[in-house]
Structures are given as C-alpha cells and as structure tokens.
Design a protein around this ligand. Structure first.
Ligand code: ATP
Ligand code: MG
Length: 468
C-alpha cells in the first residue's frame, strides 16, 4: 500500500523535480528506441524527498549510439561506458548498462561488459538504496527492494555482501557512510560481511577511503558510525592510532575513556571538515603520553605529540595541506583556553597572537566539544572560559596588533626610518615593537613606533628618511 503511494508520488515528483533537460535526454533516447532511466543516488534522494546533487542517466544505448543521437557529447569515461551529453543547462552523464566482471584486485573490474538489461546494471551497484532507476514517465524500477530498505532504514548490499565487498572493498566504507548520512542501520548479513572482509580495505587507495570517511564525518551525528568503523575492523586499516584510546582510562577530570570522549567531541562540534577532524584527533596522543605521578595520571604535552601524529595520519590519508595545517594548529593549541581567567590582558593578547585571530573561534568550538566529552563538568563551557572569552572579545575590539602585519609600521618603514639595509635586523626590530605593542596596545601608533625605531637603530631625528 505504502509502496503504491510512494510510486505514485514519484511519478508526480519526476515531472516536477527532474530538470527538464535531463527529462529531455531520456525522451530523446526513447525516441531513438533506447531504454533510458535516471539512476542511483538521485533516485534515492528523490524517494527521501531530498534535493539530488547530480543526475545520472543509464541507458541501453551504446556509447557510440549516444554520440550519434546527441549533437554535443564528450566521451568522459570511455572505460566505463560514460558519455557526457552537453545540454543547454548542464552536462548530463549518460552511462551504458554494464556488468563489471572479475575484480582480481579488490577494487577495479578487470573488464566492463555492456548489457541490454537494466536489471543487470542495477545488480552491479553497491547498495539496494542506490540500485533503483526511474524511467521517462516516472516509473520506478526497484528489483532489489531499495524502496523497502529506505522505508525501514536499512543499509543492505545488493546480492551476496561478501562477494560484493571482495569485488570492491570501498563498498564497506560506503555502507558505513550512507548509514551515517541517512541515519540508517546496516543489516546483519551485510555488517557481518564487513567484519569478515574489513582487511581487504587495504587494497583501496587512500583518496577513495578519505572521501567516504569525510562524508561519514560530516554526517549530522557520526559517533555511532565511527563506532561501527571500529567494531568492524575498518578503522584498524586506515586509522589504527585511534584504537590506542579504546578502553583507555583518563583521570579524575574525565568520566569517559579517550575513545568515548573522542566520539562525544566529534558529535558535539559543528559539521565542518577541519573541526570534525580536529575533534577526532585532538587527544590521539594521550595514550602515548601517559605519565603516572603520585598515583595521578597525566598526559603532558599530548597536544604537541598529537599534532605530530595528526600530521602523519592526515598526510597518509592524502588530505590537502591547508586542511592538515588547520587541523594540527587546532590540536596543538587545544589546551590554550584552559589558561587561568586571571591572566593579564597582555597575556590574552599574546594568546590571540599565538593562535591567530582566525582560529580563536574554531578553538572555542573545539574547547566546547572537548568539555562536552569530559562527562564530568556541567554545561559546554566553564565560567572561567566564558570570562576569558569575554576578555578576548574585549581585547579584539581594542584594535590591537595580533601579528607583525597589524603594526602601524612595516619592514620598509623600519629600513627607511632606521637607515638600515635589508637583513635580519629589520625583523628583530619589528618583533621587538610587536612585543611592546602586545604589552601596551596604545603604543601601536605610527609616530610612537617611528620614534622607537630611531632609538633602536641609533639614528637621531634629523637624519630620518634621508637614507634607504
Ligand atoms: P552522493 O549523493 O554522495 O553522490 P551517490 O549514491 O550518487 O551518492 P556516487 O559515488 O555519486 O554516489 O555514485 C553514483 C551511483 O553509482 C551510486 O548510487 C551507486 O549506484 C553506484 N556506485 C558508486 N560507487 C559504487 C561502488 N563502489 N560499487 C558499486 N556501485 C557504486
Ligand atoms: Mg552522486
């Protein structure tokens, strides 16, 4: 009954939501006697009432036939039978029905064989929810029960899960990723196949693992799926360092083990990649830095060792340098906001100068999430941190200098005023001025700093600006 209703709604939705140029591609292929459907992720999203990101078309027509039928095509994925049709509004990927055969390396089919049977094309897809197609009048083709699984919130491999994971081990990461994104549960036989075959993930490239892992991390609440990655053995393949925190007790300030604390922190931080990664890795070095002194457990310097470990982990997973730098910067400074709220204004300015203006808010998010994960303290942020933040806000408003570039004069000025040649002395003078301005922001005025440069360079006022 429900099924009938969903199918009827899809016919309606098809006309309203599938872009007209995509519909036109299907009609055009039909006009030339070829079956064609929109397929995969976009059908899943349509059923869920979400806006699809891209529209993939699958057709019985061979690539060369597609090229003949449409004026403008690009052979974008010859090996997989994909032609990109350039319509006025958008490029549409049109892929010929195919069967992938013989995956001897656990990731790539050795051979692609075209077929005239849509069902065979759907059978090569990873999950039932991704193996549905929608035809030119909005009719749903769903041979593997994707609709039912979407309704029951179940992630299920198409066909025999073990066989499918041996073809392409990335599918195990995809199963976890979709369960995170859609808040669905992996059904028992599929989950048990992941557990059996998790080690095969080592045959998959770091880039493909990373992309699925990112989508998992950016899900609304990834903790449950991170736990699935751990318990299945997938995490052991690509991020074994995190396992050191499993069952690892902390100290009186923490109710949870390092791993539990990490999961709570990841869920608690906003879904922005560098923040989620920072939360995931901020305590990665705690187990390795444990020191027991007078019966108390300490983790001295875990933020610095953590930054070192995070860099090597993120490099291994082929993250871009900008992301790596942002994440390790946050990890390195994640204890900074633990400082005493009694500290002097100049110390607050120094803190801002050290972590950088742009990072203060990110650091606060990490602090908030970190505290949520302690399980001991009430509220996301302590009174002390709140007071410190109010002071940071105030200090920020003072328009002080938080880096050399904020000084009222620059290196060029120093050379001209001090009559100095380019060299290390210029930087030394600038850094000295910066120190003085950190102590007292009122000094950050051009005439005051110029006078200081003259003093330091040992020039008298009369010679100012004569050289350089
Ligand atoms: P997203 O919305 O994140 O793009 P998607 O389902 O569209 O999700 P894609 O990676 O764009 O994911 O893949 C498009 C379709 O191709 C999938 O819906 C699925 O049918 C099929 N597919 C993708 N990757 C695999 C794979 N590794 N093994 C089998 N089929 C796959
Ligand atoms: Mg897609």
């Amino acid at each position: 009954m429900k099924d009938l209703f969903v199918r009827a709604r899809l016919r309606f939705v098809y006309k309203r939501i599938v872009p007209s140029d995509v519909q036109a591609v299907l009609r055009r292929l039909a006009l030339h006697g070829h079956q064609a459907f929109v397929v995969g992720g976009c059908v899943r999203d349509l059923v869920l009432g979400k806006k699809p990101q891209d529209w993939d078309v699958t057709t019985e027509a061979r690539p060369e036939e597609v090229a003949r039928i449409f004026e403008r095509t690009v052979p974008s994925g010859v090996k997989h039978g994909t032609m990109t049709v350039l319509t006025t509004a958008r490029p549409v990927e049109v892929t010929t029905y195919r069967i992938d055969v013989d995956y001897s390396d656990f990731r790539h089919p050795d051979k692609v064989v075209y077929t005239r049977d849509l069902r065979e094309d759907l059978a090569r897809r990873d999950l039932t929810i991704n193996a549905m197609a929608l035809g030119p009048s909005g009719e749903l083709v769903d041979p593997f029960g994707g609709l039912r699984d979407l309704d029951r919130k179940v992630i299920r491999a198409v066909g025999d899960p073990a066989a499918r994971f041996r073809e392409d081990a990335l599918r195990m990461m995809r199963a976890v990723r979709f369960s995170a994104q859609l808040g669905m549960t992996i059904e028992p036989a599929t989950l048990s196949a992941v557990k059996t075959d998790a080690k095969l993930l080592k045959h998959v490239s770091a880039e493909r693992i990373r992309d699925e892992f990112n989508k998992t991390l950016l899900a609304p609440a990834p903790a449950a799926s991170l736990e699935v990655l751990r318990e299945t053995g997938l995490l052991a393949v690509f991020l074994p360092e995190l396992l050191e925190g499993v069952g690892f007790e902390q100290n009186v300030h923490h109710a949870f083990t390092v791993w539990e604390h990490t999961l709570i922190a990841v869920d608690a931080i906003p879904p922005v990649l560098h923040l989620r990664l920072a939360a995931l890795l901020h305590d990665v070095a705690k187990p390795r830095t444990l020191a027991i002194i007078a019966g108390e457990r300490h983790f001295y310097d875990h933020e610095n060792l953590g930054a070192v470990m995070a860099r090597s982990i993120l490099r291994r997973l082929k993250y871009d340098n900008e992301t790596i730098d942002r994440v390790i910067h946050l990890i390195r400074h994640h204890m900074a906001l633990h400082l005493s709220p009694q500290m002097k204004d100049s110390a607050v300015r120094r803190l801002i100068a050290r972590v950088g203006l742009d990072n203060i808010r990110d650091l606060l998010e990490l602090r908030r999430a970190d505290r949520m994960g302690s399980g001991k303290k009430p509220g996301p942020v302590s009174q002390g941190t709140l007071r410190l933040l109010a002071r940071i806000e105030r200090v920020l408003k003072e328009d002080s200098a938080f880096g050399l570039k904020d000084l009222a004069i620059d290196g060029n000025d120093v050379m001209v005023i001090g009559g100095l040649r380019p060299g290390p002395a210029i930087g030394q003078i600038l850094r000295q001025l910066f120190e003085e301005v950190l102590e007292n922001p009122a000094l950050n005025r051009r005439e005051i700093l110029e006078a200081r440069v003259r003093e330091m360079a040992g020039v008298d006022g009369a010679r100012t600006g004569q050289e350089g």
